[in-house]
Design a protein. Structure first.
Length: 329
């Protein structure tokens, strides 16, 4: 045991059994489909978009290839306001690449990357300037992905190599449980058939598989799976002899709004063949609507309050993609 207090681990480990009793099965069955045409909003700044996030009246883009790394735009007009996060080795500089810690319902922006073991909390001024509000020190370095912060108190993140989702107290570094997905008996973690993506709103966690048409919905308070969306079939592990770009994969990106969650999907799973679409579900696992695009937004966020989807596609690096969503999903 390390210094973390492991609390009630057994119930969370049992989730790894993934029997059909662990959640109500829901079929993917969309009764409504809409084609979205993008407003192409020019970008005059030079960056490589790695991540984007939505915070109140701002869109923030993270770029690891530019000298400054965090670009701030106003919403819904996508007007450039400010750039922060100078790359460098100093204590106030971005020492690594920036990643956003999604914080549903919070007015604050949380960023990892200034140091390997620190998350910084910022407020954003009307002109787009950052004001540092707090720093959270992580007691060890793990390859944390899809970092989520709930109510400024709970840290949730995904360990891709271990297929493990962890929940901790952010400020006290106390373990609150984990969800462990089974792995095949090989060391090529990219090809694990249970590999996926996570996103959260204030009360639910969504896990979307890469290599199968399945989505799991968990209650954050209990960390128990409540809904399984999809066929529930355990497909064979991807072929280790295939190059990663040739392995059929279905879900590319995920965004959790307060009302719905949104998953970018390649329905046939094949790279370069067929159209990308966006699946929209409620947190009871009901299929709400299926969107098609003229240009697929590989990075995207959904502004449920204003009724827009904002996106970015690296093949169109000089424009943002702004889609007006129908008045009601």
């Amino acid at each position: 045991m390390n210094q973390k207090q492991h609390i009630a681990i057994l119930p969370f480990l049992l989730l790894a059994l993934f029997s059909c009793s662990n959640g109500i099965d829901k079929k993917i069955d969309f009764g409504r489909e809409v084609k979205l045409i993008a407003d192409r909003v020019p970008i005059h700044e030079i960056f490589g978009g790695d991540f984007i996030t939505l915070k109140d009246s701002f869109l923030i883009v993270a770029s690891s290839v530019s000298d400054t790394t965090l670009f701030v735009y106003s919403l819904p007009d996508l007007r450039f306001l400010n750039v922060e996060g100078m790359k460098g080795g100093g204590p106030e500089e971005m020492q690594l690449f920036p990643m956003f810690c999604e914080s549903p319902g919070s007015e604050y922006l949380y960023v990892w990357g200034y140091t390997p073991a620190e998350i910084r909390k910022f407020s954003i001024q009307p002109d787009g300037r950052f004001v540092l509000r707090d720093r959270y020190t992580l007691d060890d370095y793990e390859t944390r992905n899809n970092i989520q912060i709930i109510n400024d108190s709970i840290l949730i993140y995904y360990l891709i190599e271990d297929l493990t989702i962890k929940k901790e107290e952010l400020k006290k570094d106390i373990s609150l449980g984990e969800i462990v997905y089974p792995k095949e008996d090989h060391r090529e973690s990219y090809y694990y058939s249970n590999r996926g993506l996570i996103a959260t709103n204030s009360s639910k966690l969504v896990y979307a598989y890469l290599f199968k048409r399945e989505i799991d919905i968990y209650d954050i308070a209990t960390f128990k799976r409540t809904i399984v969306v999809g066929d529930g079939v355990r497909h064979p592990a991807p072929d280790l002899s295939m190059a990663p770009q040739d392995v059929p994969s279905y879900y590319r990106n995920i965004y959790a709004g307060e009302t719905y969650f949104y998953i970018l999907c390649k329905e046939n799973g094949l790279r370069g063949v067929g159209d990308w679409c966006l699946y929209v579900f409620d947190y009871d696992g009901n299929s709400i609507i299926r969107y098609l695009f003229d240009i697929p937004p590989f990075l995207f966020v959904v502004d449920e309050k204003r009724g827009y989807l904002y996106g970015y596609n690296g093949s169109y690096e000089d424009i943002f993609l702004r889609y007006k969503l129908p008045a009601s999903n």
